[in-house]
Design a protein around this ligand. Structure first.
Ligand SMILES: NC(=O)c1ccc[n+]([C@@H]2O[C@H](COP(=O)([O-])OP(=O)(O)OC[C@H]3O[C@@H](n4cnc5c(N)ncnc54)[C@H](O)[C@@H]3O)[C@@H](O)[C@H]2O)c1
Length: 438
């Protein structure tokens, strides 16, 4: 199939590359010339495990192309995926300007039937707006052209995006006409040869499904974080509680880890946008308001622990921060809990040395020279009053505790991701403070 993907970010690039991988002829459009120039030079603008190989293979095979030329992109694909950003507006609602602009671009240029697919995370009713925008542009040209609009929300996880796209749990397709449903089924057939995992539904339900999924996951995290805080005060251990409830099949083990809060480009903005949708429709989503409030407080937990240990004036103190990206496996710094921690430390007069296995560069773009950056985890520790762990990268799981103890000025680890067994760390002569651990 000839496919255009509009927006070549985390979702668009993975979508384009994986659709090319199964044999489609894919053209990825982005208006960011620097991004497309990089891709033409074989450099990926983002870090995503395994993606470089898929992109390189499909570019070499002539199935994957990149462009900034909208005329070319509209002419290319019968299927036009819209995978542009939907950042939060000032009032928390999803800003649809990029989605609508992409739709108008299509309406201004199309000359034959297109299936336009909303892959961006968009509020209920957006497909209708996309349809209206395209119809409006087509009408302005004095034409009458047939097209379908489909909602196909994306569930990939950054850090495992290629794997998730190639082996999806489910493919949600919101569509109202048979031609579009048939096209979407054919497109996704190669990704589900084992058994069909397509869920075809009406468009509004598909749009809501994506928000419901992220809101539910965020809810589990905030729930566990609040329980962890309570466990700490009560002298209970959240890790034992997690196992105790996860073993119930109605609850399950996934997404029950407490920590220093969620971040990223999806949960924070999607929780806010869904709340806004509720508000606009006279249905307050009280649980989600609490989920967000709990998360904001949780992002302060590490700084609270530092202040409890060293006092509010941190001038002259230095802290090592392991993990800057909002989660392991990505260089994405959007809404990363590390940013809240670092701001809190710097505001109190401390200096910081950060280390991240892949996000140092992106962190420098966001934080600049306000902190130092280490090339490896041990280099971050020199002369630091404590090691603060923010992102649970695998390489932090079994460190050399003796070396950590020697490098730190105070032998203290404050662990925002509960990576270690407290007794084992303490047996090595280190102080250890985690989230909800005994
Ligand atoms: N990142 C994730 O893990 C993830 C997962 C599922 C869904 N989503 C959703 O997918 C959407 C995209 O997210 P992302 O993280 O890939 O965003 P991103 O910011 O990484 O990428 C968006 C890209 O779209 C480009 N763009 C904007 N307007 C354009 C236009 N009119 N024409 C062409 N290109 C244009 C931007 O230059 C940018 O490169 C969002 O709605 C997001 O909520 C993201």
């Amino acid at each position: 199939m000839k496919i255009t993907v509009v927006g070549t970010g985390y979702v668009g690039l993975v979508t384009g590359a994986c659709l090319a991988e199964v044999g489609n002829d894919v053209l990825c459009l982005d208006l960011d010339k620097a991004k497309i120039d990089k891709l033409h030079q074989g450099i990926l603008p983002i870090y995503e495990p395994g993606l470089d190989e898929v992109v390189a293979r499909n570019v070499a095979a002539g199935r994957l192309h990149f462009t900034t030329d909208i005329d070319r992109s509209v002419a290319h694909g019968t299927v036009q995926f819209i995978a542009v950003g939907t950042p939060p507006d000032e009032d928390g609602s999803a800003d649809l300007q990029y989605v609508v602009a992409a739709a108008r671009n299509i309406g201004q240029r199309m000359t034959d039937y297109k299936v336009v697919v909303d892959k961006s995370t968009v509020p209920v009713g957006t497909a209708e707006k996309v349809k209206a925008a395209i119809a409006d542009e087509v009408a302005k040209r004095g034409l009458s052209l047939d097209f379908s609009v489909v909602s196909n929300p994306e569930f990939l996880k950054e850090g495992a995006a290629v794997e998730d796209f190639m082996r999806p749990d489910r493919i949600v397709i919101g569509a109202e006409d048979d031609q579009a449903i048939h096209t979407m089924r054919a497109l996704y057939h190669p990704f589900q040869r084992n058994h069909d995992r397509t869920l075809v539904m009406d468009i509004r339900s598909a749009e809501l499904t994506k928000y419901a999924a992220n809101a539910m996951l965020a809810t589990r995290i905030s729930f566990m974080n609040e329980l962890a805080n309570l466990a700490e005060v009560l002298g209970a251990d959240i890790e034992l509680v997690r196992r105790g409830i996860g073993s119930d099949p109605r609850i399950g083990y996934s997404f029950l880890y407490s920590g220093c809060g969620y971040g990223g480009s999806c949960f924070p903005k999607d929780v806010k946008a869904l709340q806004k949708t509720g508000e606009e429709n006279g249905v307050p989503l009280r649980v989600l308001a609490a989920v967000e409030e709990a998360n904001e407080a949780q992002k302060q937990r590490l700084i609270d622990k530092v202040v409890a240990r060293f006092g509010d004036d941190l001038s002259g103190r230095r802290f090592a921060v392991w993990g800057l990206a909002f989660k392991p496996g990505t260089d994405d710094m959007r809404e990363a809990p590390s940013l809240t921690l670092i701001d809190g430390l710097l505001a109190r007069g401390a200096t910081v040395c950060g280390f991240d296995p892949v996000a140092n560069h992106e962190a420098h773009r966001v934080i600049g020279d306000r902190i130092d950056y280490a090339e490896n985890p041990m280099d971050a520790l020199g002369g630091a009053d404590a090691l603060l762990i923010v992102t649970e990268w695998k390489q932090f799981r079994a460190p050399d505790f003796d070396a950590i103890k020697l490098a730190l000025k105070t032998p203290l680890i404050i662990d925002g991701r509960n990576l270690y067994e407290p007794a084992a760390v303490r047996a090595q002569g280190l102080e250890y403070d985690a989230i909800g651990r005994k």
